[in-house]
Design a protein around this ligand. Structure first.
Ligand SMILES: *Cc1c(COP(=O)(O)O)cnc(C)c1O
Length: 309
């Protein structure tokens, strides 16, 4: 994790943009680290430092069968010399899927639990049982969102991104959105695209901000219309959009997070929701490892190939 590329800001050109006097670029966090790409790099960075400071040798976390967070935690732990344990939702899942196979290759020990047990992931009694089973560990919550993750994701924006008026990110647990909100400049708007179907997502985001005492100097807007039926759900239009985006710009988007963000922003452009002279920065939060899992589970090929090292 010490090695970190400065993420590239890749400009995007299209008549739809120039006709409306809009500018757009993509912040390529997917290129920030070869093994731990995307927002997960920023979410894990200070957590693993903290684990080291506390003298822990094992890291334990929770995730779904195709989780980017599991993938990233396995790789980062291996790189930093920690043993890692992944508690995985579901007992009936294909434990040989590309994400879990990779996590195992990175030395992660996997524990499959039924969905009812998984829902207890924040309870002291389950954590206690896990400590009895595995010994002491540094706990990273599902999706990796905690105070130190927010500290990390508040480093995504930089002087180079200060000329943009609108920044966009997918919203899962909201940890990345929190860090971005905390570092907005007064004239900037963050558009968070919820990838989950959650009725109270705006309220949940506000509660998270209160919990972590995040105050934004800019505007934060959460879009709830672009989840395509819920987490990891999709429709043919989404896949078409990802194919079109690749053909047009050679930028790979994943169907779980960045594809939904891209689709949402493009819809808003088409329907003139951005004022002229807006400068829009799409934050590419990574997640491309999940594309293999998507193809594995749906049989749908995506136009780019992503090979994990
Ligand atoms: C995990 C993830 C997100 C969601 O981040 P949160 O901090 O949970 O909101 C967004 N994009 C990608 C590619 C991810 O892997």
């Amino acid at each position: 994790m010490d090695f970190q590329n400065q993420p590239r800001i890749q400009p995007i050109f299209h008549p739809l943009l120039s006709n409306r006097k809009l500018e757009m670029a993509i912040l390529r966090l997917d290129e920030v680290h070869p093994l731990v790409p995307g927002n997960k790099f920023f979410k894990l960075k200070y957590n693993l430092q903290q684990a080291r400071n506390e003298g822990k040798s094992t890291v334990l976390t929770f995730g779904g069968a195709f989780s980017n967070h599991i993938h990233a935690t396995a790789a980062a732990s291996q790189m930093k010399g920690f043993k890692s344990i992944g508690v995985i939702r579901g007992e009936d899942i294909d434990s040989k899927n590309p994400t879990l196979a990779y996590a195992r290759r990175m030395g992660m020990e996997l524990l499959f639990v039924d969905r009812k047990t998984y829902r207890e992931k924040d309870s002291l009694s389950l954590i206690g049982e896990l400590r009895q089973k595995f010994g002491d560990f540094y706990l990273i919550p599902e999706g990796g969102t905690n105070q130190l993750a927010i500290q990390g994701t508040s480093e995504i924006l930089s002087p180079e991104t200060s000329t943009f008026t609108h920044l966009t990110t997918p919203i899962g647990t909201g940890g990345t959105g929190m860090g971005l909100a905390a570092s907005l400049l007064p004239y900037q708007t963050l558009l968070g695209i919820s990838v989950l179907k959650r009725e109270f997502i705006r309220l949940e985001f506000e509660n998270l901000a209160a919990q972590y005492q995040v105050r934004s100097k800019g505007q934060v807007q959460i879009e709830t219309q672009f989840h395509f039926g819920g987490y990891a759900k999709w429709k043919p239009e989404l896949i078409e959009f990802i194919r079109w985006f690749w053909k047009e710009f050679q930028v790979p988007l994943d169907p779980i997070y960045t594809g939904k963000m891209g689709y949402a922003i493009w819809e808003k452009i088409k329907t003139d929701k951005f004022p002229p002279y807006s400068k829009i920065l799409l934050i590419h939060t990574g997640g491309l490892q999940g594309s293999q899992g998507f193809t594995h589970r749906t049989g749908i090929e995506l136009p780019y190939s992503f090979k994990v090292k």
